[in-house]
Design a protein. Structure first.
Length: 291
């Protein structure tokens, strides 16, 4: 306590106190004594006041100009945003029209049963029926970090407590392999051409960002689909994520699940190659070679 008391009683070092007292006794401290020093000090104060006044005046004059330029920039941004929204609306409208025409073409091709099957497999029509509901969510305390030694980690996306795009890929592929007839993620219908990718921390399905929890619906034989998936390699992979990283997943059979149609369907057809054409071509080549 004596040290604290000494510091409080002698806040100014004794050497500094002596120097201040010596200057005061010699008349060196305080305001300037000579007329020349006083005039210099007054001139400095006047110059400082002049600089402050001129700066304030310039700022006042420039303020309306800056405000006008800022407002013009805001108006330009608003206009460009409105134009982009209008163009996006046109794109969505045209995409819906194309999808409707594709569905109509699929319904009109062949018999009714064949058209329904093609529409379901291509994702062009809504489907409903028994199936399973699988909900996959991040760990409760997902944390970023890692040294890259874990096979699930990649540069820029090393949060081991979060669901990855590759995790959803394995889940979906496992459901297809287990007998699912149609699959959707968070209401986004998957087709044979759907892509599940990552963009930063977000998971994209057909370039549409999704947020957890990820609800995966699959149409099929519910009990068998659930059993085959959980006992398969991808179901065991999901179970390992639960055990090792705290990722949450629940699966349940459903009496009726409804899946929407895919927002955009790319129709592609393939025809089996006939053996006659190839044999004829080979025969012609053989004849040319032997002649």
């Amino acid at each position: 306590m004596s040290l604290i008391t000494n510091v409080m009683d002698h806040s100014l070092d004794d050497g500094y106190a002596e120097a201040a007292a010596r200057k005061k006794s010699q008349g060196e401290g305080g305001l300037p004594k000579t007329l020349r020093a006083k005039l210099g000090l007054a001139g400095g104060l006047v110059l400082a006041a002049l600089v402050v006044t001129v700066g304030a005046a310039q700022a006042r004059v420039a303020a309306p100009v800056v405000a006008k330029e800022r407002q013009e920039l805001i108006d330009r941004v608003d206009k460009e945003t409105a134009d982009a929204d209008r163009l996006q609306g046109s794109v969505d409208k045209l995409r819906d029209d194309v999808s409707a025409r594709q569905r109509a073409a699929l319904r009109s091709s062949g018999g009714s049963a064949e058209a329904d099957l093609v529409g379901m497999l291509s994702g062009a029509t809504e489907v409903h029926g028994p199936g399973v509901k699988l909900v996959v969510n991040d760990a409760k305390e997902a944390s970023s970090g890692g040294d890259g030694s874990n096979p699930r980690e990649t540069a820029g996306f090393s949060d081991t407590g979060r669901v990855r795009d590759r995790d959803l890929q394995r889940v979906v592929n496992g459901l297809w392999q287990s007998g699912a007839e149609a699959v959707s993620i968070n209401g986004q219908r998957l087709t044979a051409l759907s892509a599940i990718r990552a963009a930063g921390d977000a998971i994209l399905v057909d370039n549409r960002p999704l947020v957890p929890p990820y609800t995966v619906l699959a149409v099929g034989d519910g009990p068998r689909l659930s059993s085959d998936f959980q006992n398969g390699a991808d179901g065991l992979y999901l179970h390992a994520l639960e055990q090792n990283y705290g990722i949450r997943a629940t699966i349940s059979t459903q009496r009726d699940v409804r899946l929407p149609a895919a927002p955009s369907v790319i129709v592609r057809t393939a025809k089996p190659a006939t053996g006659d054409g190839g044999n004829t071509e080979n025969t012609e080549k053989t004849k040319k070679g032997t002649s």
